[in-house]
Each structure stands twice: as C-alpha cells, then as structure tokens.
Design a protein around this ligand. Structure first.
Ligand code: TXA
Ligand code: MG
Length: 356
C-alpha cells in the first residue's frame, strides 16, 4: 500500500491539510495522527471495514477494543449512551474538568458503532484529545474516529513521527508528521459503569484527580496477579505490552540497593557477552558507565519527564541492539503510577527485589 506522509504544523495546523486528512478518514481510509498522549491510528468509527483494517495494520488481537475519539460532546453521545442521569452527570463533570485531554471514559455503546470497535463488548471508550492536530482532524472528519495507538501490536506506543514510520509505513493511507507527543503515555482509561468510577489503565489524569471531581475512584490493580487473570476488565491489560525486543529486568528497593543489584547482574551479563542497557533517572545514571547504552528518564522528582521519555527510550534500546535492559521501580506517585505500569508490563510482569 502507498503511504502518504503529510507534515502538519503542531502549533498552527494548516486547515487545508486537516480537511484533506479528515476526508481520507471519513471515506474509510487509515490516518496515523499525533495526540497529546501517543500517536493514534484512526479510522471512521461508523465503518466496520475501515475499523477492521486498523486491526490488520497493527496485527492486533481481535478481542482488544478501540477507543473512539471525538471533537464534540454531541459526537460522544452519538457513539455512547448513559445508563442513567447519575452517570450522565459524572461524564459531563469529568469532561468539564479533563477534556479535551488524556482521559478515556467507558460508557454503554450505541448500536451504530460496529462490533469491530468494541470487540463484542456492550461498552465503548470515548476520548476528546487536546492536541491541536488531533482536534482539528476530528472536526474535519465530522465523524467519531476509532483509534488505538499507532504501533505494531506489542511494541512500545509511538510518541514521535519516526516511531510511526517504523511500524506503519506501507500499511496505512496517511501518516501525519506532527511533532512529539507532550504527555508520552496513553490516556487514563476510566470505567463509568460500576458503582464507582474505576481506573482500568493509569495515565496522566490520576486516580486522585478523578476522586476530586467524582468524590471517589477505584482502581484495577496492576500487580502480577491482576496481569495474569483470564478475564481482565480491560482486555488490553492481558497482553504483554510495550515490549522492547530486549529482556527487561526491573528491580525494586532503595536506590543504593538497586544499584548494587543491577551492577552485579550487569557484570554477569557482560561477561556472558551480552549487550546491556540501563534506564535510570538523571541522578542515578552516572553510576552505570559500564553499560553499553545509558538512557535517562529525566530528573528523579519529575514524573512528567519520565512519561515523556519512556517509550522513546525503549525503542532506542532496540535500535542499539541491546539484549538486556536494567531499570528501577520508582515510587508510583502521580503520573509515575502510569510510567511504572508500562515498565512493569514491558518487564513481563516481574519485579525483582534488590537485597539490602
Ligand atoms: O491515549 C490513548 O488512549 C491512545 C491515543 C491514540 O488516544 N490510544 C490508545 O489506544 O492507547 P489503545 O487501543 O492502544 O488502548 C486502548 C485501551 C486498551 O487497553 C483497551 O483494552 C481499552 O483501552 N479499552 C477500550 N475499550 C474498552 C472497553 N469498552 N472496555 C474496557 N477497556 C477498553
Ligand atoms: Mg496500544
């Protein structure tokens, strides 16, 4: 398939380019576009055939539903409906606070949305992104757009145009080159169908943020036990995800204990002829000069920087041909909860305790 690459200004998106890409989407084509979280791979959410092509391009399992993206509340209500007034009020209260932005809310699906979007579930996730290109594209498309992250299934989500090019060139109609994603991890997925709102996937909008608006907020734990259950609430949670090609070993403990554990293990791997990488904060990375590739997550106390750096770093380790990546489990405060969730899954669901 011929893939067209279209550069769009992230600050002042050119209207004629948005109109063109919007028309490609409306008439059933696939367009990869930037959002504030990660790049998405969009298709007209009303067209079953277009949605199926998304699964094909990504190699995505057929039981992992897509999020529907909208520019207006009216479009949200064309895709989903509310169980009752209470749920409607909650949806609008959370929307008023966090939309447009990195929050996906799950409500009951309307029948106009094909089963290929929801993978047979009777619910649908809806998100109104804030990125200017994404928002302009959705207005131009004039239909809700189903869009998963624009990576090949199982690979780290793309936070830069180059990542999308790597995974999607030749498989989609258009790739928009629209700069870097400011948040860097995927949206918070929030289920509104239970007795209290429940976070199914942590993101930049935290559980505390939600609880401040909703009064209460539950979370679906992401310990190894939850990762290995057969029927998770969010189908996406059961797949090994965000996976670099290298093996990732994640250690928990104090920075000192982790440093000793990593250095011992790192030397053993190097002796065995392996190429090793270390992913650490700016404060810690200087201790690992023996590693082949050192990548920083940014300052220890800046979770937002960690979120922005993570996926690009995982891809960079792959590009450098690293066999083993060492990393430390950070305190899951604020957005770091989302960052640790992704790292934990990249590590295959195991954290090794560093001995004191
Ligand atoms: O930030 C984001 O959410 C990005 C950008 C492109 O918007 N999109 C994204 O989509 O991350 P995707 O498909 O990679 O992840 C969607 C997640 C999956 O874990 C999926 O299982 C879950 O949301 N999900 C979607 N619809 C659901 C539903 N009805 N019930 C439960 N989980 C759902
Ligand atoms: Mg994804």
């Amino acid at each position: 398939m011929k893939t067209e690459i279209i550069r769009i200004d992230p600050v002042r998106p050119e209207p004629y380019k948005l109109e063109y890409c919007g028309a490609v989407l409306r008439y059933g084509g696939l367009v990869a576009f930037p959002t504030e979280t990660v790049y998405g791979l969009g298709a007209n959410a009303f067209l079953d055939n277009a949605v199926r092509k998304v699964f094909e391009a990504k190699g995505r399992p057929a039981d992992n539903p897509l999020i529907v993206h909208v520019a207006y509340y009216a479009s949200a209500e064309s895709a989903g409906e509310f169980a009752d007034g209470r749920q409607r009020n909650l949806f609008y209260a959370l929307g008023a606070k966090f939309w447009p932005g990195p929050l996906t809310m799950i409500i009951k699906k309307r029948s106009v949305i094909p089963d290929s979007v929801s993978c047979g579930l009777d619910t649908v996730g809806i998100r109104m992104p804030s990125n200017r290109i994404a928002a302009g594209l959705l207005r131009a498309a004039r239909v809700p757009i189903a869009a998963p992250s624009a990576n090949s299934s199982g690979r780290p989500s793309p936070t830069r145009f180059e990542h999308v090019l790597e995974d999607m060139y030749g498989k989609v109609d258009v790739i928009i080159d629209g700069g870097e994603c400011s948040v860097g991890v995927e949206s918070t997925v929030l289920d509104l169908n239970g007795p209290e709102p429940t976070v199914l996937r942590p993101g930049a909008v935290t559980r505390e943020d939600i609880a401040r608006v909703a009064g209460t907020c539950g979370e679906y734990g992401w310990s190894s036990a939850d990762l290995h259950v057969d029927k998770p609430r969010s189908p996406g949670m059961k797949y090994r995800h965000y996976a670099p090609k290298a093996r990732m070993l994640m250690f928990s403990g104090t920075p000192d204990a982790v440093r000793r554990a990593i250095l011992a293990r790192l030397r053993a791997e190097k002796t065995a002829g392996k190429r090793v990488g270390v992913l650490e904060t700016e404060e810690q990375i200087c201790y690992y000069n023996e590693a082949d590739v050192l990548l920083s997550l940014g300052p220890e106390n800046e979770p937002r920087a960690h979120a922005q750096a993570l996926f690009a770093a995982l891809r960079q380790f792959d590009a450098a041909g690293v066999d083993v990546i060492f990393a430390r489990a950070l305190e899951a405060e604020g957005v770091d909860d989302a960052v640790m969730n992704r790292m934990f899954r990249a590590a295959g669901g195991t954290v090794l305790p560093a001995e004191e």
